[in-house]
Write a protein of this length. Structure first.
Length: 341
């Protein structure tokens, strides 16, 4: 998740006991009893039932169900196809179709992983993870200025957070508020459970406070950004409105920027978490140059597991008028899936 950076000094550090007081307050669930929330309740019931399944069975079942998502989310199917066509022009139509199918299977698996993170026991999942390079995070934390884990939106994003929480003293996770109030509340509860601290991606003060407390903050600024820090840079050779805030946040906070890759293994036997060495000479005096470096890192991550990147997001929206709008308008959420993913 990415943040918009205001022109203001870093807030004063807060005490460890203040972390919990900064977390958003919960909304009582009885307030979501109206019919408008019934589809979301059905989805949440399914997620609760998923937790009772063995992990491998849940992944296999949801990957199978994911094959039906293109029929339920037709506009998102078009978005996925256009993203893949733009980013991998060397692939033929059949190869694009097969990659899109694998992507929707992984979206289905994402729902299973989200279920286990929000409602299951994280301790039961740690055995599934192979962790590489944690020494880079430990060395960066020794500077006492916090760590920004630079990554992107990949489908196993939710299930990795509790593992990171177990590896570091203070883990913070950002979230994007949902339009559906019930799903937003459950996301808030789930992510607060998974991490030591969770806050909205618009809450820059909370992020800077966390970094001042030497937190490890998961930061994924890879979605299309039309704010003041948005610049037109290329992603896989295609112009995209790109968030340049990482450079400024690193300068304001003094935090190290650690590239972070994660994926589910191709044979679905577990997960890989890989922490790279902190970026050197970062930030520089040129945020656009810095962001171009980060985009190159992200492209490398995507190439390792292209089926697990979130292609359902409209990466190339909001571009200047002289560039064509490559998407059709999404308008078919089903049972909250479009909103949740």
């Amino acid at each position: 998740m990415a943040a918009v950076v205001p022109e203001e000094p870093i807030p004063e550090a807060v005490s460890t006991s203040e972390r919990s007081t900064k977390a958003p307050e919960h909304v009582p669930l009885w307030r979501f009893s109206g019919p408008r929330y019934w589809p979301a309740w059905l989805l949440l019931l399914w997620m609760r039932l998923t937790v009772a399944l063995p992990w491998r069975t849940a992944i296999k079942l949801h990957k199978f169900l994911g094959r039906a998502l293109p029929l339920l989310m037709r506009s998102r199917r078009r978005v996925v196809r256009r993203n893949l066509e733009l980013c991998f022009p060397a692939l033929g139509a059949r190869e694009i179709q097969m990659l899109a199918r694998r992507h929707f299977e992984n979206l289905g698996a994402c729902l299973a992983e989200m279920s286990m993170t929000w409602f299951g026991s994280g301790k039961d999942l740690t055995r599934l993870f192979q962790v590489e390079g944690i020494e880079h995070v430990q060395a960066a934390l020794a500077r006492n200025k916090g760590v920004m884990l630079f990554s992107g939106h990949f489908t196993p994003i939710e299930i990795c957070v509790p593992v990171i929480k177990a590896l570091v003293p203070f883990c913070a996770f950002m979230f994007r508020p949902r339009h559906n109030a019930l799903l937003n509340e459950m996301q808030l509860r789930g992510r607060q459970r998974a991490a030591h601290l969770s806050f909205a991606n618009s809450d820059v003060r909370a992020m800077l406070r966390a970094l001042r407390q030497n937190a490890v903050v998961w930061y994924a600024p890879d979605q299309a950004h039309r704010g003041s820090s948005g610049q037109l840079l290329t992603f896989f050779g295609e112009p995209a409105m790109t968030n340049t805030a990482t450079s400024k946040l690193a300068r304001l906070s003094g935090a190290a920027v650690v590239p972070f890759f994660f994926c589910r293994r191709q044979d679905d036997s577990g997960y890989v978490l890989r922490f790279h060495a902190p970026l050197t000479d970062f930030p520089s005096a040129d945020p656009i140059h810095d962001t171009s470096r980060l985009v190159a890192v992200l492209e490398g991550f995507v190439r390792e597991c292209p089926e697990q990147y979130f292609w359902i997001h409209r990466k190339f929206k909001g571009r200047p008028a002289h560039l064509l709008d490559v998407y059709e308008r999404p308008s078919d959420p089903v049972l909250g899936l479009d909103e949740l993913l």
